[in-house]
Design a protein around this ligand. Sequence first.
Ligand SMILES: Cc1cc2nc3c(=O)[nH]c(=O)nc-3n(C[C@H](O)[C@H](O)[C@H](O)COP(=O)(O)OP(=O)(O)OC[C@H]3O[C@@H](n4cnc5c(N)ncnc54)[C@H](O)[C@@H]3O)c2cc1C
Length: 537
Amino acid sequence: MPAYSYAPQPFVRPPELDGAATGAPVAIVGAGPIGLAMAIDLALQGIRSVVLDDNNVVSVGSRAICWAKRTLEIFDRLGVGERMLEKGVTWKVGRLFHGDEEVYSFDLLPEEGHKYPAFINLQQYYVEQYLLERAREFPELIDVRFLSKVVDHAASAEGVTLTVETPEGPYELAADWLLACDGVKSATRERMGLDFTGQTFEEQFLIADIEMDQSPFGDPGIAERWFWFDPTFHPGKSALLHAQPDNIYRIDLQLDLGADAKLEAREEKVIPRIRAIVGDRPFRLDWLSVYKFRCIKLERFVHGRVVFVGDSAHVVSPFGARGGNGGIQDVDNLGWKLAAVLKGEADQTLIESYHEERSHGSAENILNSARSTNFMTPKTPIEALFRRETLRMAHDQPFARRLINSGRLSLPCSLEGFALQTPGEGLVRPGQPMVDAPVGNGWLLPLLQGAFTLVGFGEIALPDVGVRRLGIGQSDHPYPSHDDRAGYALQRYGTGVAYLVRPDGHAAAVFHGEVPEPALREALARAMGRSCEREMA
Ligand SMILES: Cc1cc2nc3c(=O)[nH]c(=O)nc-3n(C[C@H](O)[C@H](O)[C@H](O)COP(=O)(O)OP(=O)(O)OC[C@H]3O[C@@H](n4cnc5c(N)ncnc54)[C@H](O)[C@@H]3O)c2cc1C
């Protein structure tokens, strides 16, 4: 069990058990990172939710440790980014070894001028703890109920009725929407008879978190991702090393095909494997697990009033850190849309665009994750030959280094070409997430996210159509403006250009030279899933 000190959450008797039928606009099943983030996102937009979890502690075991820049930017919008950053181990460099020789290294964020780094490593139990504490800051809007297992639900066109089992008996909860954030084994998904499709990998991996005072990276200052193919300490297999807070290090070792998981998880098997890496330096086993991976997803994420978010909708192998990070991008995409529908600002069909955009995002994650897993564990003689030759050539042929795939790490998904975006060209194209830059005394992204924003870079007038306006590097305008502190903003966006930005920080439209009011209204209507004619009617 991890050294992390778990604080069991109490069961609080809900009013429904005493006959009160309170109901909620949104019922969220699962208080994992996705369910909690979802509740916070909705609360920030004034939407009330009840979060139900069958357990009473945050993540058992560290599980997800690598949180990407885009996730941190979303966490920032949710009010927990800085806390995560402060506790997490910041890193951006990855090193690849073949045998004991380093063949390649990469820098995930080689440029300056971003509030958040390429990655932090932070155990999932801290991520959930910080999200839970943030959720508790909205007592009127978020009701987190632990030891509350959802055992059934009945959905209609108007809403959903959930059956919840608790230590003090069962009750029914009525909600307009059910968000299934109940993880990879989603009982909601099983009840609805929905199948995951995709690839299951037979290879197993041993994940061991160890606590040690002396860093296994050697120099205590190093915080990087080290990946080995065929190292002498673990011949013929792959190995991965990451640093976490609290002097904890993650070691991830590929096991033999068909290895006995129970046997491999025994300390007498695990300790020598770790000793082979860290030598005789003292360490303590903090958490370990043997995993098989799948790269699978639901065909549809939206089923009437039931919406699947996070691992309940899609699962990837951890190589690339795309599971939790992908789920947080789901939250970012769904939050503003569901809030708009519940406030009557958008039609229910807007939720359909969540399926379209995030199904695309998860397909991208699955493709990348499956490719990495296939490179690491070749299935055919041709794949094995390709891998062997790539690794051999990588020692002195730069082109081969780029072909090594130990996990293409999580990136923000582009929504280019989807229906809500108005096609256009720009340094950031419609559908792409906006890029951070230092502006005024702070940062660009925190100024943009959370509500539709029209942002102008350099001299371009922004018409008032009731949308928040923001100028960067502008003067003399009747809306807030910030200077381009270090010159990055205009470099990254251009000058005399304006972007309509969605609440999730993705560009919806781009305008050059001027922003014609009708075109802006049309882009806005489109981004809300409405036709312009209807908007004007
Ligand atoms: C070893 C490992 C390493 C990983 N590394 C990374 C990484 O570095 N980066 C990354 O981004 N991702 C990583 N992941 C993936 C990440 O852990 C998941 O994507 C993430 O946990 C998904 O969050 P979730 O909230 O969707 O589901 P979960 O975290 O599974 O949460 C689901 C919640 O629902 C509750 N629940 C389930 N059924 C019910 C029910 N019937 N009623 C009420 N409550 C219910 C559960 O108790 C749980 O609290 C890793 C995963 C593993 C296993």
